[in-house]
Ligand binder design. Structure first.
Ligand code: PSU
Ligand code: MN
Length: 305
């Protein structure tokens, strides 16, 4: 039945059958997160970093209604330069499939499709979370609910302070999602290594991460884990520069009445516009760094199966 919907490429399928390490990658970052051609270059480079670190990459998207796990270079290129690819979160999947549309997957929907395929590790840039002002707007990303219920570890650089990081932490705590700092006590905030918030656990090796994930899932503690991996120091942005840009972006979104699924893409592109190329370069580098840790984590997990 699942084959009707799910299309896993032969290399990924063989790797999964043999218990080899596989790392899932999202596609919203390609279609909505970065400009062409940097988005395509980055997506392909991320795949090669995963290979260099001993795992098989599986970029995920919905193409003509098929849930694709593992894309060709042409498919990545298509997602990177075609406008009108739909940002697809959990609630969108049925309609993108039924209407045979093209969908770029968010963290939530990438986790869903990865889990359907049997992939346990997913590397990306940043997760969605509780937006500033959520006490009024109720704007809370479906990524957080997915982390609560779907068994996939998400290696990211934390979340951007376009969100309310404190409330995002509280939400994850309520849902029982561990927020782990990879070699850090402090939760990173995407462009910066610091956020002013602590992680639940500092973990220093992929081996311990893998053991914790195995214990979690062996014990039936369903759901994912946030593995927060700080941006390398040399690519970190100035704390005030980035936060001023974010303040401006949040204010403009409020004034323009931007809500719902448009909110995150609007804020991301505004911040990019204000900070120019420097934030894009940081963004690319932190994704590379997450790909490396994701691959090593997948390798360690595969040893424990
Ligand atoms: N945060 C980023 N870059 C991104 C996203 C979030 O720094 O590209 C994307 C991810 O795909 C994430 C989604 O899952 O936005 C969250 O959107 P929303 O807040 O509408 O759930
Ligand atoms: Mn939202």
């Amino acid at each position: 039945m699942l084959e009707k919907y799910l299309d896993i490429n032969p290399e990924v399928k063989a790797a999964l059958m043999e218990g080899k390490p596989v790392v899932a990658l999202e596609s919203t970052i390609i279609s909505h997160g970065m400009p062409y051609p940097k988005n395509v270059e980055t997506a392909l480079k991320v795949e090669s970093i995963i290979r260099e670190n001993g795992a098989i990459p599986a970029t995920i998207a919905i193409l003509e209604g098929k849930l694709k796990v593992g894309l060709t270079t042409e498919e990545v290129e298509f997602l990177g330069k075609t406008s009108g690819v739909i940002k697809t979160s959990r609630r969108d999947i049925p309609f993108i499939v039924a209407n045979k549309l093209n969908g770029a997957t968010t963290v939530a929907s990438t986790m869903i499709i990865a889990a359907l395929a049997g992939i346990k590790v997913f590397a990306t840039g940043g997760i969605g979370g509780v937006h500033r002002g959520a006490a009024q707007t109720m704007d809370i990303s479906a990524d957080l609910e997915e982390l609560a219920m779907t068994d996939v570890a998400v290696v990211c650089a934390g979340c951007k302070s376009i969100l309310d990081i404190g409330l995002t932490r509280e939400y994850l705590e309520t849902k029982g999602v561990p927020v782990v700092g990879f070699q850090t006590e402090e939760l990173p905030a995407f462009y910066t290594r610091k956020s002013g918030f602590k992680v639940d656990y500092k973990v220093d090796s992929e081996e311990i991460l893998a053991k914790a994930l195995k214990a979690k899932w062996d014990l039936g503690l369903e759901g994912g884990m946030v593995v927060a991996n700080p941006i390398p120091e040399e690519f970190e942005m100035d704390y005030d520069t980035i936060n001023n840009a974010i303040e401006t972006a949040v204010k403009e979104a409020e004034e323009k009445g931007i809500v719902g699924k448009e909110s995150t893409p609007f804020l991301l592109s505004k911040v990019k516009e204000i900070t120019g190329g420097s934030s894009l370069e940081s963004n690319i580098q932190l994704v590379f760094n997450n790909a490396k840790v994701g691959a090593k984590l997948a390798v360690e997990l595969s040893k424990l199966q």
